[in-house]
Design a protein around this ligand. Structure first.
Ligand SMILES: Nc1nc2c(ncn2[C@@H]2O[C@H](COP(=O)(O)OP(=O)(O)OP(=O)(O)O)[C@@H](O)[C@H]2O)c(=O)[nH]1
Ligand SMILES: [Mg+2]
Length: 371
């Protein structure tokens, strides 16, 4: 045991005046062993897991490795890209077994609250739910979808659920590739319902439509104005329309709105062959109508599987994904080509000054790129 003694600079005649004591240190061997142990622990913590570690972890449903696998596919670093693709290639045969559901609606339509209530309901039925988000503003602001975890408080604590905020944009395919790949990883990890949220403000709903099986639009009452403002194109993408917040004083108006949407849907081209989209009312606060939404999705899935429409949809989506990845890769390699990078600023100036035609500038760049 260490014996304490006064430091040599204390006054030997007045030892009580000095309050410091010096403790005997640990033996050198003990100390080095404990430091070594600590270093090993630190290394283990910071060491990047291998593709095999991640693969095993994802299949076992290890949440920490699942999160790291998604971080890997979301990384903008080039060397991570290759590793991520190796992992995805291995996981691919284990994916595809979930129902993929897209949810859109104007800001404040209640998408996150709906996902919280709907997700909790699905978990209570024994499902495992993964929530992903595409935030169209993230490519501009670099932000993620409005701190959704705080709006999905119960769901984010539920062991049957996994919530991943929106990735930020970057090169190598951007936000949409990342969301698609995160979806595959979640499926391989055994989540059987994937919910993807996006704010309905433009292109993002078309992109989500192209990666999900079932797509729904959350709308609010006061449809008169809203219906006119809303593009017909967005309604035409939906497999169901939910008139949300159908509670309290709003309940009757919601019912009225539902009827109006049904009238409109009747005249529109359905998004999915063999499925007539309808409008429903529900409330995420009172939970009324939430189970009906799930019943609708289940019958959609049953229908689509029997008719083969769902299988066809996934094949088409895979094909479209292939082409969009090709475009992304071409764009990436083109703009990262050193010759192109060197020549572009001058050519840009010449085009702006009206000294060179756009076609000529592009031609020069491609000659450099291909040469
Ligand atoms: N009365 C009522 N209010 C609701 C319901 N669902 C959500 N809200 C409220 O609507 C507001 C917006 O809800 P969010 O879930 O954040 O809406 P969001 O569509 O995810 O919004 P963004 O992510 O900003 O696009 C919140 O104040 C919610 O409390 C509902 O079923 N009934
Ligand atoms: Mg939200």
């Amino acid at each position: 045991m260490a014996t304490d003694h006064k430091p040599e600079w204390s006054d030997p005649n007045q030892p009580d005046k000095c309050s410091s004591v010096v403790r005997k240190g640990l033996e050198h061997d003990d100390q080095s062993a404990s430091i070594q142990k600590n270093i090993r622990f630190q290394k283990r913590r910071t060491l990047e897991p291998t593709v095999d570690d991640l693969y095993d972890g994802v299949l076992k449903g290890d949440r920490s490795l699942l999160a790291r696998a998604i971080t890997l596919v979301e990384s903008n670093a080039e060397h991570h890209f290759q590793k991520a693709q190796q992992l995805l290639q291995k996981l691919l045969p284990k994916s595809g077994n979930a129902i993929r559901i897209g949810i859109t609606g104007v800001p404040g339509a209640g998408k996150s609250t709906f996902i919280e209530t709907f997700g909790m309901y699905l978990c209570s039925l024994g499902h495992r739910v993964a929530v992903l988000a595409i935030d169209p503003s993230s490519s501009l602001s670099g932000g993620s979808i409005l701190g959704d975890k705080t709006r999905m408080e119960q769901l984010s604590r539920n062991p049957r659920a996994f919530i991943r905020p929106s990735p930020t944009a970057g090169k190598l395919g951007g936000v949409h590739r990342k969301t698609r790949e995160a979806m595959l990883i979640c499926e391989a990890a055994g989540f059987d319902v994937i919910l993807i949220e996006t704010v309905g403000v433009g292109q993002s709903e078309v992109i989500i439509r192209d990666m999900v099986d079932f797509f729904m639009l959350l709308v609010l009452t006061g449809a008169g104005d809203e219906l006119q403002g809303m593009k017909k194109g967005i309604i035409e993408l939906a497999d169901a329309i939910l008139v949300h917040k159908a509670d309290g004083a709003n309940k009757q108006a919601a019912e009225q709105t539902r009827k109006e949407y049904n009238r409109i849907l009747h005249f529109l081209h359905p998004a999915t062959k063999g499925w007539a989209p309808k409008a429903y009312t529900c409330s995420s606060l009172t939970k009324e109508g939430i189970n009906d939404v799930w019943n609708v999705i289940q019958s959609f899935e049953e229908n689509g599987k029997t008719s083969g429409v769902l299988n066809e949809r996934r094949k088409t989506q895979a094909k479209e994904w292939l082409y969009s990845m090709i475009t992304d890769q071409l764009q990436f390699h083109f703009f990262h080509n050193n010759g192109v990078k060197n020549a572009l600023p001058t050519l840009e100036k010449e085009v702006i000054a009206g000294e060179k035609t756009v076609a000529k500038a592009v031609d020069t760049l491609f000659t450099i790129f291909l040469g």
